[in-house]
Design a protein around this ligand. Structure first.
Ligand code: GZL
Length: 345
């Protein structure tokens, strides 16, 4: 299998190298690809793949976080759909939100001799040992959607993700404008230790720094899950009552849970309590059209095309930028109805 994989890799690299070189020359740039802000269109589509992607017949292991949110499902569908379109054999693992399961899955992919690995790391730390094993096996690892912290950045080929700090800042700036700079906010955080949870909190706090009357009166994890977001919002609304004038949720699914909690507390979400979140999933757009959700900062999950472009460049030995940032846009109740029908997730 190993020599097969090696032959496969050489074949894939040669074939892809020609295609990739042609694509780079075609693009007339002839230099290293730089971090691109491949702004998703209004419909939320991440940029399409570069021309010249070939029917490659290589094998990729995809270690996915789980299925905790509608955003996550959309990302899984994008990766699986792109693999099918490119004729790639995809081995898929759902870690049920547990890092030890993701590490086990990556080890399994290495043992099976896959040509490349796509990893969406559930948390930022604890990855060195298994990434070193992948490097020793000559298997490139492409990170999608969440980053990780390692001393040696050569342990992964590239990271394709949104800028979560910017997302948090955009949410804060929108909320300052909407509330005239005065609000008592409950924050529903994502999964503890996950890059989006850490950075969306950081960006939101940065965005509020200059506004002393914008106060986060409580902050707790809802683990990016709608059901937990609802439970946490219920509990915090019981403690803080009508003092709460805004909710900031690190993802739409938790915001939708909080909206249910606000209604069950006899208050009007979107009116008595302003709700702002991140992701831009279909359910969020439906809530913005209804007026129960006020704003959602988009975070495109449609990373399949970029992920497989990166895999094919890594297999062809093309040096990749360490991070490719996917641009995000802010939507609210004034714009949601114009774009909802063209949304791709
Ligand atoms: C963001 C992604 C987050 C989403 C959540 O790139 O990691 O995880 O915002 C998902 O909806 O659960």
């Amino acid at each position: 299998m190993k020599s097969n994989r090696l032959m496969n890799q050489i074949g894939a690299r040669l074939g892809l190298f020609t295609a990739t070189t042609a694509a780079i020359l075609w693009a007339g740039c002839g230099q290293q690809s730089k971090p691109v802000t491949g702004g998703p269109s209004a419909s939320g589509g991440a940029p399409a793949s570069t021309p010249g992607a070939t029917k490659a017949g290589y094998t990729v292991g995809f270690a996915q976080v789980g299925a905790e949110s509608s955003w996550r499902t959309a990302e899984t569908d994008s990766i699986k759909g792109e693999a099918e379109q490119r004729g790639v054999t995809l081995k898929f693992s759902d870690a049920q939100g547990k890092q030890e399961n993701q590490i086990k899955a990556v080890r399994g992919f290495i043992a099976q001799g896959v040509d490349a690995i796509i990893l969406a790391p559930v948390v930022e730390t604890g990855w060195e040992p298994v990434l070193k094993e992948a490097k020793q096996a000559g298997i490139p690892v492409v990170l999608v959607d969440r980053g990780l912290k390692v001393a040696d950045e050569s342990l992964y080929a590239t990271l394709i993700a949104s800028d979560f700090v910017a997302e948090g800042r955009m949410a804060a700036e929108w909320l300052v404008k909407k509330t005239g700079g005065k609000a008592s906010i409950i924050e529903l955080q994502g999964t503890p230790g996950a890059a989006p949870a850490i950075d969306r909190k950081k960006g939101f706090e940065e965005g509020l720094k200059e506004h002393v009357d914008m106060k986060i009166i409580a902050s707790q994890s809802g683990d990016f899950r709608r059901s937990v977001g609802k439970e946490v919002a219920e509990a915090l609304l019981k403690v803080h009552g009508t003092k709460v004038t805004a909710v900031y949720a690190h993802n739409d699914d938790m915001a939708l849970g909080a909206i249910q909690a606000i209604e069950e507390a006899g208050r009007k979400p979107g009116v008595d309590v302003i709700v702002v979140s991140i992701d831009g999933v279909k359910g969020a757009f439906e809530a913005m059209v209804k007026g129960t959700l006020n704003c959602s900062v988009e975070c495109s999950p449609l990373l399949g095309p970029l992920a497989f472009d990166a895999v094919e460049k890594a297999l062809a030995g093309v040096e990749l930028p360490k991070k490719t940032i996917v641009d995000d846009q802010v939507y609210d109740t004034t714009t949601a109805k114009d774009v909802i029908d063209s949304r791709k997730y």
